[in-house]
Design a protein around this ligand. Structure first.
Ligand code: FE
Length: 339
């Protein structure tokens, strides 16, 4: 507490450097499953503005969560930052995070993009949408994720493997919307329509569409953005599904990358402040644009590349469902033969 009180009086970075001992308190330590190149510019900007150092390690979410768990109350980590609500939900369930009561975070982050228990907050939105070959498919033939199970897509669908959490979350959200029985029918329909075995990643799925192996797939839009930046002439176009529905399944499936304060954070106040800053207008573009994602804060203008794909209605069911129903989703996809 002493250090925190002292911290209040630190007004400049120069003072920080002068007071080495006290400066130790003015830091936040982040365990990040988001790549260094995506987070370092943000943390540098934060340090420049506040004088607070942000130290971080990056790894896959599995090892980071295992490490947090093993370190227990001795962990140096103040924040866990990762992708996919399924992973954030898992971290909360394993008691690795603590609830944060922040008016700023509640105001900046829409309700469906944060934990109802306030243990994690979405900071960028990732939309999982339909990509098609416009030489083979008219946009008017497309409608919903569910429709990709219809026989008209027989031999025309490519999908990424069900082992990826993105698809586990997509199917989990569908279970939340339709129940298990109907969702299993849909997933069985997808499997029956596959042109080839499930592909290793979103980019390979799009390349298969572009190469004519199949006509349509489902990917996160930032992969589409990256691929089209490299190869702008590929015959690929983006479609926003589930836009004209009025039921729970309305809207594009969205997920988040986000963060929470660790249960045993040593710099809790600083950690909350960093999260609040990350949700603020000045940081949101830096956070989202660098990966062609969408800002979680709806007040923020989109990056030009992303904006060019057009507006869309998001599915407004809380992304925590992706975590809650993940086990059921994995079992369902297995039963349905989705590898
Ligand atoms: Fe990804």
């Amino acid at each position: 507490m002493k250090c925190r009180n002292s911290f209040k009086f630190l007004l400049s970075g120069a003072l920080l450097l002068a007071l080495g001992q006290v400066a130790q308190a003015a830091e936040v330590i982040v365990y990040s499953a988001r790549n260094e190149q995506l987070i370092k510019p943000l943390f540098d900007a934060y340090t420049l503005e506040t004088g607070v150092q942000v130290k971080f390690i990056t790894d896959k979410e599995g090892p980071l969560m295992a490490r947090l768990k093993a370190e227990g109350r001795n962990t140096p980590a103040d924040i866990l930052l990762t992708v996919d609500a399924g992973n954030l939900w898992q971290a909360a369930r394993e008691d690795l995070l603590k609830p944060v009561d922040s008016r700023v975070l509640k105001a900046n982050i829409p309700e469906h993009l944060r934990d109802p228990g306030n243990e994690w907050f979405g900071l960028s939105v990732r939309a999982r949408t339909v990509i098609y070959n416009p030489n083979k498919v008219k946009a008017g033939e497309l409608s919903t994720y569910e429709d990709l199970a219809s026989p008209k897509w027989k031999g025309r669908l490519c999908l990424r493997t069900s082992k990826k959490v993105y698809n586990q979350s997509l199917v989990a959200m569908m279970i939340g919307e339709h129940g298990e029985e109907k969702t299993e029918q849909i997933v069985r329909g997808w499997v029956a329509n596959l042109a080839t075995d499930p592909l290793a990643d979103d980019t390979k799925a799009m390349e298969a569409v572009a190469a004519g192996l199949c006509d349509v797939t489902v990917v996160n839009t930032y992969y589409f953005g990256r691929l089209m930046e490299k190869k702008p002439n590929l015959p690929l176009a983006l479609f926003w599904p589930n836009q004209n529905l009025k039921n729970k399944a309305a809207g594009v499936h969205v997920n988040v990358s986000g963060a929470g304060v660790t249960k045993y954070a040593k710099h809790e106040r600083e950690a909350i402040h960093l999260l609040e800053w990350l949700s603020s207008p000045k940081a949101q573009n830096l956070f989202a644009d660098v990966n062609l994602e969408y800002p979680a804060n709806p007040a923020i203008q989109w990056d030009a590349t992303v904006a060019a794909w057009g507006n869309f209605k998001q599915n407004l069911i809380n992304v925590a469902e992706a975590g809650k129903l993940q086990v059921k989703s994995v079992m369902l996809m297995d039963r349905a033969g989705y590898k």
